[in-house]
Design a protein around this ligand. Sequence first.
Ligand code: PNS
Length: 167
Amino acid sequence: MKQKAIYPGTFDPFTNGHLDVLERALNIFEEVVVVIAENIQKHALFTVEERLIMTKQVTGKYPGVCVKVLHKGLLADYARQVGARAIVRGVRQVKDFEYEFQMSLLNRQLYPEVTTVFLMPNVKYTYVASSIIKEVAILGGDVSKFVHPCVLEMMHKKREEYNQKQL
Ligand code: PNS
């Protein structure tokens, strides 16, 4: 039986750290659905449509991957609907753990057949987070090591918009 996993996140934007986790997930699962979802605790820089375009471009070369948007509702319900028994999450540091632990157990409560699989990215990405990458990029720093060229281009556009607003 083909094993399907979902890899959810805000992906605002999708970084090389996310890609590293995705590649590791593809070593385990035959099919991985990257799910762009809203985190109500975060204010996104990119629209869902922009995130979808970027994430599709970054992951387009991987045959077992598709990218979807969860417009509303619970991730656990989505996992059930698409027949995924695994939720992949990347963990970089100990501080990620508390939040991940809560989400994992809540998702299990909502959908008992689902298991959250935590994967650690390459150590070179342990300090890479979308939030800090966005901040550095918007303020004019070089983040080309941390994101795909198409993401870099979109961030440069956001920087121009930001600079225009400051004038
Ligand atoms: O990249 P993030 O912000 O850490 O991802 C968090 C995300 C989007 C996976 C989480 O907020 C989520 O699952 N959102 C969908 C709505 C939902 O099911 N919330 C309850 C989670 S227990």
